[in-house]
Design a protein around this ligand. Structure first.
Ligand code: KG4
Ligand code: ZN
Length: 357
């Protein structure tokens, strides 16, 4: 483990992933169990997990940096990358200990390759590539967004086709997933991602970082019908939240003039939450109706939102899936699951990280 750690550190400081042209094929999935060890380090979580056959989690470790970034009110990329370097060896070791497995038991090593913060991604990718070289196993590069959707395969029997609502800090998309390796983006946000909107609105309301989950908590105590916001007119499966954000800014300024700092924050939070979650809900249902698909899948950090889950789980005519809370926000179990079910970016040590799609 010490050797692996030294290699990762050296490569990460060089900002390079220097292995080329080494392609190893993954064993036949039908013949024996496939055990994938994966790393997720695209943002402010350093995570490692080991997953059997894409659905059974053997270990799952997440080192969160919330306390570090709280000081700054948001994620500072350079700080995140440095923290990843400090925690990676510990997280990998803990993951192996939890599972009782050794490096030689692993079928393939995987890591998120993007989208995300490049400095942070490089730490995880270099570690996974190093492990794959040391144990002579394939390396699989995984797309973070696809991994969020794959979180729904964990501990379930979900099979495509389904409509997925992917809602995270960086993305808001409605996807039609026809097969494990075949998906179409039906629409997405034309400005801010929904998680980003939650975080920005939380900041306007002086709610502590991480804004999204904290805003969700206080919304539970508010009157969601007290304030109304208009809904943006965009294409049928697209989203725009910038108008809501501006309306919120004006509303908060007005309420502060009237009530001072004791303005009805819970009601503002609940009304905002009702507005955005009903838009996400309606558009997703419309997509399921249009394409006559009876399964709906929620994915990404905002899939942990209480109101979103409530709206979808009340549905009678659809089978609804949402990851357990710990698999909604960034984690490595979803990356391992994705490496198992999806076959793009397979076995290629030459693949590099990317920041945006
Ligand atoms: O998927 P994720 O962990 O990271 C990205 O890939 O972006 O999502 C993080 C986002 C943040 O914006 C966070 O505020 C939001 O998910 N989030 C929530 C909740 N839990 C996390 N937003 C609203 N309600 C929640 N309960
Ligand atoms: Zn994510």
């Amino acid at each position: 483990m010490v050797i692996v750690y030294v290699i990762i550190k050296t490569m990460s400081y060089n900002l390079k992933t220097p292995f080329s042209n080494k392609i190893i094929s993954i064993p036949d999935k039908d013949k024996k169990d496939t055990i994938i060890a994966a790393i997720e380090s695209s943002c402010d979580e350093m995570a490692f997990a080991i997953v059997k056959n894409g659905r059974e989690v053997l270990s799952n470790v997440v080192a969160s940096q919330i306390n570090t970034h709280k000081k700054y009110g948001g994620v500072v990329p350079e700080v995140a990358a440095r923290e990843h370097l400090n925690s990676i060896a510990m997280v990998i070791e803990e993951g192996f200990n939890q599972s009782g497995l050794k490096g030689t038991d692993i079928t393939a090593f995987a890591s998120t390759i993007g989208p995300g913060l490049v400095g942070s991604l490089i730490v995880g990718v270099n570690a996974a590539k190093t492990l794959s070289i040391v144990y002579d196993k394939p390396f699989i590069g995984v797309n973070h967004l696809k991994a969020h959707v794959c979180a729904n395969y964990i501990d379930t029997d979900l099979k495509p086709p389904f409509i997925a609502l992917l809602i995270s800090g960086g993305h808001t998309q409605i996807l039609k997933v026809d097969d494990y390796n075949n998906q179409t983006i039906l629409g997405g946000t034309i400005d801010d991602a929904i998680g980003e909107v939650y975080d920005k609105v939380a900041r306007l309301m002086d709610i502590e970082y991480p804004g999204g989950p904290n805003l969700d908590k206080i919304a539970a105590f508010g009157n969601k019908e007290r304030f109304q916001f208009t809904k943006a007119r965009v294409n049928e499966f697209d989203f725009s939240f910038s108008g809501t954000k501006t309306a919120l800014l004006h509303l908060i300024q007005k309420l502060k003039q009237e009530y001072g700092e004791n303005y009805p924050k819970n009601d503002v939070a609940a009304s905002f939450q009702e507005n955005v979650t009903s838009i996400l809900f309606e558009k997703t249902i419309n997509a399921a109706k249009k394409y006559n698909i009876s399964q709906i899948v929620l994915a990404g950090g905002v899939a942990a939102n209480s109101e979103i889950r409530k709206k979808f789980f009340e549905l009678k005519n659809y089978k609804v899936f949402a990851p357990k809370m710990k698999y909604c926000t960034d984690n490595a179990a979803m990356v391992a699951s994705c490496a198992y079910f999806l076959n793009d970016n397979m076995n290629n040590l030459d693949i590099e990280v990317f920041s945006r799609i």
